[in-house]
Design a protein around this ligand. Structure first.
Ligand SMILES: NC(=O)c1ccc[n+]([C@@H]2O[C@H](COP(=O)([O-])OP(=O)(O)OC[C@H]3O[C@@H](n4cnc5c(N)ncnc54)[C@H](OP(=O)(O)O)[C@@H]3O)[C@@H](O)[C@H]2O)c1
Length: 223
């Protein structure tokens, strides 16, 4: 099961690529510039090799080639560019694929960090409308800080919340996430929960700022 990451050259995409590769998944990172993707993939493979792991199946391609080559497709571009990218790749997205949305629609207004106002309650519900009929979208990893994902010396030690309207797709993403060391996936139900997850990310960023930390994240007790 090959995992593709659109916009995989940014910190969140690189972090996901490292952790998923470390977990043994074949990964392709995507970029608008295929050379850039190939170079970043080489750097990530080198980092994994330095950690002493087995040779990673991690490549870099242009975003549209990544769509064609993947079974699970992560969207890891800034939210404001995700719909356009999905529109341009729409004809290559096929039945049987699962799209995983990690975007958080953040913006600064009057020096305050907030969520963009969208026609739908969440970024994920908005982006789901750009997929071909029958291709499920799952929201996940929204509350996991990119720089923590990228720092392989640190244990993630948190929950990753997974929501989506297809129980089968949610289950597959829970299974993929459970392969990542230190991460506990939690199925939180339908896609409408994405609005809460996006707000939780804003809360985590505000906690980081107020308490001068970098990697606050969530773990649920009492399960
Ligand atoms: N940073 C975090 O801690 C964090 C945590 C949770 C979720 N997220 C979400 O994860 C996503 C990625 O975050 P990030 O910090 O990695 O973002 P980023 O560095 O700003 O962007 C990621 C990649 O998106 C591509 N991109 C930029 N503009 C684009 C455009 N106009 N069209 C197509 N692709 C474009 C770029 O790749 P190329 O130039 O190679 O094409 C870039 O490397 C965001 O939606 C963010 O909300 C981030």
């Amino acid at each position: 099961m090959r995992i593709g990451i659109l916009g995989g050259t940014g910190p969140e995409g690189r972090g996901l690529a490292l952790r998923l590769s470390q977990a043994g998944c074949p990964v392709i990172i995507g970029s608008r510039k295929p050379d850039q993707a190939a170079l970043k993939a080489e750097q990530l493979r080198l980092r994994l090799k330095e950690m002493g792991g087995p040779a990673a199946d991690l490549a870099g391609l242009g975003n549209s080639e990544v769509v064609e080559a993947s079974d699970i497709l992560f969207i890891a571009t800034p939210f404001e560019h995700a719909a356009g990218l999905l529109e341009s790749c729409r004809s290559r997205i096929r039945q049987g694929q699962i799209v995983v949305d990690v975007t958080v629609p953040l913006q600064f207004r009057a020096k305050r960090l907030q969520l963009r106002e969208l026609p739908e309650p969440s970024a994920s519900e908005h982006l789901a409308g750009f997929l071909p009929e029958g291709v499920p979208l799952v929201a996940a990893f929204k509350t996991i800080p990119a720089h923590l994902l990228e720092d392989l010396s640190q244990r993630l030690d948190c929950h990753v919340f997974v929501c989506g309207d297809s129980a089968e797709a949610r289950g597959r993403i829970v299974q993929v996430a459970s392969a990542i060391e230190g991460l506990s996936p939690l199925d939180v139900g339908p896609l409408r929960q994405a609005a809460t997850l996006e707000r939780m990310t804003v809360l985590a960023i505000q906690i980081n700022k107020r308490h001068r930390v970098h990697h606050s994240r969530f773990r649920v007790v009492g399960l």
